[in-house]
Design a protein around this ligand. Structure first.
Ligand SMILES: NC(=O)C1=CN([C@@H]2O[C@H](COP(=O)(O)OP(=O)(O)OC[C@H]3O[C@@H](n4cnc5c(N)ncnc54)[C@H](OP(=O)(O)O)[C@@H]3O)[C@@H](O)[C@H]2O)[C@@H](O)CC1
Ligand SMILES: Nc1ncnc2c1ncn2[C@@H]1O[C@H](COP(=O)(O)OP(=O)(O)O)[C@@H](O)[C@H]1O
Length: 514
């Protein structure tokens, strides 16, 4: 599990730890780790020149000490800093090590050169800053760390705009200009190839949309152990064996869980096949399928293991391929079947068409019962608009998915899984969960139906809503990765990959006995 802590909790852990350490020891540990990572990248990339962007705080000091250390090992290093606002110890170390130093002014002047009104993103090639950075193979971003707030100052945005596209950008702790606690993405901020963070992740590293600016996340352990609850949790492949329900010799098909699936319509018949296939492949004891004639015929053919018709179940999946507007008798019956599920005492996953039938009575009707909603951004916007009577657009949800999912969880009392390249799970209480494990090939029609099936299996086997949703998302994405092998993917293959993916994940790390 990867856990991210809010910056105030990181600062609290830092001050506790510092009481037990000699002065400067914590930063020395951070710098040592940073030097190790940058040295490895220099070797891997054949890099010749490293340039640090040095801000006014300890984040800048980390970057400046790191280039000082690298320069001592013979690396060609340079650093851009603000005149008169630089960590004195780091500056002295850099000067002594022969780092090429350039002091810039906050109002963007260097010597006789003035940036005047040159806008970030339209870098003037004659400027000393652009020239200074032009040779950089690796840029170490130390403008702002966890103390950063409110985006980049203008001087910082101008420095970032001057970074050549060819440079490999390593952010120290947090990509500068992005809110360390997550939130909206700043277009002027740093978009790093890699972020080196200390001991624990920060929310910006795991939450959309800022995760996109962090690049690959690399940890350097400096001994910090926050005592607060994490703000964000992410399951990893190593967690699956501890959480995934595995049958024992005492089990039978009923004790392993029966999942009711209300899916499909005359118009969207295939979604029923995908959701039922997924549940069977993910290891349910039994599926009971409910739907109109056409999808029922397809399910019978494609998944002979499924039992057609209602009966006792331990959990429900309702909505994949359901068309609430289908005006036929069969369509109305399917709509009623979804409405009945909304009142069922068992845990339910509400997906796709079922989300259109969620109204403001849902919080009351499902109080004290497990409910997982699985919208994508468009469905989340539609639901919020309907339930809050305030217009919420798709792009507003995409710009701040965590707030949108939280709001939806608040008004429905449900666990909300908001789908995307980073999928987030927000319960009525508890930390945000975030998963980003799937290839972009997974953005394909029907993938959501498969996900609903997997989550349903986990609910039927007794997992709670947030864990079932996060674990389901992880395993669904790993199956997609396995099935894709780096190439195109259809949703059915994701479902079919589930047995071997789950077996691999369960066997991970288990010693081989010969
Ligand atoms: N905690 C740990 O685990 C360890 C932390 N370490 C390192 O320390 C880093 C945190 O250092 P930090 O506290 O000095 O904050 P940092 O991000 O450098 O910047 C603060 C400065 O920037 C300013 N400022 C802020 N926003 C601004 C803006 N928009 N525009 C302009 N200015 C702005 C702010 O101003 P002020 O708040 O005073 O107004 C202040 O002067 C951390 O990320 C990690 O790299 C490691 O060395 C060891 C272990
Ligand atoms: N860019 C992406 N990278 C990885 N996974 C993605 C990406 N975009 C979407 N996904 C995943 O693909 C699935 C799409 O689900 P959904 O939109 O409901 O499809 P459908 O309704 O057609 O079944 C979700 O699991 C989502 O998280």
């Amino acid at each position: 599990m990867i856990e991210a802590f809010a910056t105030q909790d990181v600062y609290a852990a830092e001050s506790t730890l510092m009481q037990t350490l000699a002065e400067g020891e914590l930063m020395a540990r951070a710098v040592e780790g940073l030097i190790e990572v940058v040295s490895a990248r220099i070797e891997q990339l054949g890099a010749q020149r490293v340039v640090a962007l040095v801000g006014t705080g300890n984040n800048g000091a980390d970057a400046l000490y790191a280039v000082a250390g690298l320069a001592l090992t013979g690396v060609n290093c340079a650093a851009l800093h603000l005149s008169g606002k630089v960590h004195p110890g780091a500056y002295a170390a850099a000067e002594a090590a022969g780092v090429v130093l350039l002091a810039a002014d906050e109002n963007l002047t260097i010597g006789d050169f003035s940036w005047g009104e040159v806008e970030p993103g339209r870098a003037d090639k004659t400027s000393p800053i652009v020239q200074f950075l032009s040779e950089a193979d690796i840029v170490l971003d130390g403008i702002l760390g966890i103390g950063g707030r409110g985006g980049l100052p203008r001087w910082g945005a101008t420095w970032v705009a001057a970074v050549p596209d060819t440079a490999y950008v390593i952010a120290v702790d947090v990509p500068s200009g992005q809110d360390p606690n997550g939130g909206a993405l700043s277009a002027d901020g740093v978009f790093a190839d890699e972020t080196v963070t200390f001991s624990v992740a920060k929310p910006a590293h795991l939450l959309p949309p800022t995760e996109a600016a962090a690049g690959t996340l690399t940890f350097v352990d400096i001994g910090l152990l926050p005592s607060a609850e994490p703000s964000v949790r992410r399951l990893t492949r190593d967690d699956v064996a501890d959480l995934w329900p595995v049958p024992t010799a005492a089990d039978d098909k009923y004790s392993r869980g029966v999942l009711g699936v209300v899916a499909g319509s005359e118009r969207y018949a295939g979604a029923a096949v995908l959701a039922v296939t997924s549940a069977v492949e993910a290891g349910i004891g039994m599926v009971r399928y409910i739907g109109p004639a056409t999808p029922t015929g397809l399910v019978r053919q494609a998944v002979p293991e499924a039992v057609i018709g209602a009966g006792q179940v331990q959990a429900w999946v309702a909505g994949p391929g359901v068309d609430p507007d289908e005006g036929t008798e069969a369509g109305r019956a399917q709509r009623q079947a979804v409405v009945d599920v909304l009142d069922a005492p068992e845990p339910v996953v509400l997906d796709a068409g079922a989300l259109d039938l969620v109204d403001d009575s849902v919080a009351l009707r499902r109080a004290g019962r497990t409910t997982v909603l699985t919208p994508h951004a468009g469905e989340c916007a539609r639901l919020l608009t309907r339930l809050t009577s305030q217009e919420v657009t798709n792009s507003e949800v995409s710009a701040d998915p965590v707030s949108a999912a939280r709001r939806l969880a608040e008004v429905t009392g449900a666990t909300v899984l908001l789908k995307g390249s980073t999928t987030i799970v927000v319960g009525p209480e508890g930390p945000v969960r975030s998963q980003a494990d799937g290839p972009a090939w997974l953005a394909t029609a029907g993938a959501g139906d498969v996900l609903a099936g997997v989550i349903g299996v986990l609910l039927a086997q007794g997992l709670d809503g947030p864990v079932a949703a996060a674990l389901g998302s992880l395993v669904h994405s790993v199956a997609a990765d396995d099935a894709s092998g780096g190439g195109p993917l259809r949703a059915r293959r994701v479902a079919q990959a589930l047995p071997s993916t789950i077996a691999d994940l369960l066997n991970r790390g288990r010693p081989t006995v010969v």
